[in-house]
Design a protein around this ligand. Structure first.
Ligand code: G6D
Length: 349
C-alpha cells in the first residue's frame, strides 16, 4: 500500500493517489477525490501489464472532467427526471444539471469531494465521506464508506456501505471506463460482451429517462444473452440506439437470488484479458462512451468515441420517480450495503 501526491483541486485542497495490490501483480490506484479508480493494472495473455481504465494524471483534470472517469457516483447514480424527488410526501428539489433532469446527483455530489481514508492495507483501502443533509438535495446526513480490495484471484471488489439519519436515496455505482486492450486502446468494438439480462429499460428520448417499461431484449440490438462483439449491432437502425448515440441503457439483470452473482463477462481477443462482473444489484448500465472528438487523458492519450465501455451496477435509472421500478430508498438508520466485483483473468478464446 503506498500513496503519492496527486495535485490540488481548484479550491486548493491536496489530493492523493493510493496504490493497492495482490501478490499476482494486479494493482489498483485510487484517489481520495471522489473515491475514484484511476488505474487497474492486470496482465495480458503474454504476461504484459496493461492499465485497463481511462483516466487522468492529476486531480485537476478529474475535477474539470465531465465523464466521471472511475468515480464513485452517488448518492444517486444515473438520472432523476425533472430534478426532484418526493419522499414521504415531502418534495426535494435537485440540481437540474442535465437538460432539466438530475444526472449523477449534480455538481456537489460525492464524486466531487475529497474523501478521508478510513483504513488502508496492502490490498485494501476504505474511503469515507460524510454527506451533509441536503448537500445534493437529498435528505439526511449520510456516513458513506467505499472499500476497494484487490483479491488474490485478481478481482477488484467494491463494497459500498452507507447510513443516513433520515430516509434517503442511496444508489451508488462506480463509473470505470474500461478498455481491455489498455486505456490507450483504439476502441472497444471488438470486445466480446455477454450480459445476463432478458430485459432492459428503454428511454423516452435522447434525455435518457426510462419510459417505465421493462422490455424484452429478444430481437433487438440489446440482446447480449449470447456473447457478441460490442460493435456487432451498435450502428443498427433502432430508436433506442439513436437516442443514446449507441448503448447508454440500463439492463434488468436476470438474477436468481439476492447475493453477488455473475451478470456479465467481456473479453478482448487482442489482449486475451477477460473481465467478469459480479454484483448484488438488479440493474446495470452499459455505456459505450458515445462521445465524439478527442478527450485528453492519461499520458497525453486522446480518448475518442467508443474508446471504452462502462458497466455501472445500480438500481434502475429514475427508480425513485418510477412506481414500476424497485425503489432506491433506504430508511433512516438502516444500512445500504452493496457489493460489485470486477474479476480479471486471461483467456485465449
Ligand atoms: C452521458 O448518458 C451518459 C451517462 O450515462 C454517463 O454517465 C455520462 O455521460 C458521463 O451523460
Amino acid at each position: 500500500m503506498n500513496s503519492k501526491f496527486f495535485g490540488k483541486t481548484k479550491e486548493g485542497k491536496e489530493a492523493f493517489l493510493y496504490t493497492i495490490s495482490n501478490s499476482q501483480g494486479m494493482e489498483v490506484c485510487a484517489t481520495d477525490f471522489g473515491a475514484t479508480v484511476v488505474s487497474i493494472f492486470v496482465k495480458d495473455k503474454d504476461g504484459n501489464r496493461r492499465d485497463v481504465v481511462l483516466g487522468y494524471d492529476d486531480v485537476s483534470d478529474y475535477q474539470k472532467g465531465t465523464s466521471y472517469f472511475g468515480a464513485t457516483v452517488g448518492r444517486n447514480c444515473n438520472r432523476i427526471s425533472n430534478a426532484k424527488v418526493t419522499i414521504d410526501g415531502t418534495e426535494y428539489p435537485l440540481e437540474a444539471n442535465d437538460r432539466g433532469n438530475n444526472l449523477h446527483s449534480g455538481s456537489n455530489a460525492v464524486s466531487e469531494q475529497i474523501w478521508s481514508v478510513a483504513s488502508q492495507e496492502e490490498n485494501r483501502i476504505t474511503f469515507h465521506y460524510t454527506s451533509p443533509d441536503l448537500s445534493e438535495g437529498f435528505p439526511g446526513t449520510a456516513e458513506i464508506d467505499v472499500t476497494f480490495e484487490v483479491t488474490e484471484d485478481n478481482s477488484l471488489a467494491i463494497h459500498y456501505h452507507a447510513v443516513s439519519d433520515k430516509k434517503t436515496v442511496f444508489n451508488f455505482t462506480n463509473h470505470c471506463y474500461f478498455n481491455l486492450n489498455g486505456h490507450d486502446g483504439a476502441n472497444v468494438l471488438d470486445h466480446v460482451l455477454e450480459i445476463h439480462a432478458s430485459h432492459y429499460t428503454p428511454v423516452s428520448s435522447n434525455k435518457a429517462i426510462p419510459t417505465g417499461e421493462i422490455a424484452e431484449v429478444e430481437g433487438t440490438p440489446f440482446d447480449f444473452r449470447t456473447a457478441k462483439r460490442i460493435g456487432q449491432d451498435i450502428e443498427a437502425d433502432h430508436e433506442q440506439l439513436s437516442y443514446g448515440g449507441g448503448y447508454d441503457h440500463n439492463f434488468a439483470l436476470d438474477r436468481t437470488g439476492d447475493g453477488v452473482e455473475k451478470m456479465a463477462e467481456i473479453y478482448s481477443p487482442e489482449s486475451g484479458i477477460h473481465m467478469d462482473v459480479l454484483t448484488d444489484r438488479i440493474g446495470m448500465q452499459l455505456f459505450t462512451m458515445n462521445f465524439i472528438g478527442g478527450h485528453p487523458g492519461k499520458g497525453g492519450i486522446s480518448y475518442n468515441g467508443r474508446a471504452s465501455f462502462c458497466l455501472e451496477t445500480q438500481f434502475f435509472p429514475n427508480a425513485i420517480n418510477e412506481p414500476n421500478f424497485v425503489t432506491p430508498l433506504t430508511d433512516a438508520g438502516e444500512a445500504f450495503d452493496s457489493r460489485t466485483v470486477y474479476h480479471f483473468s486471461v483467456s485465449d478464446k
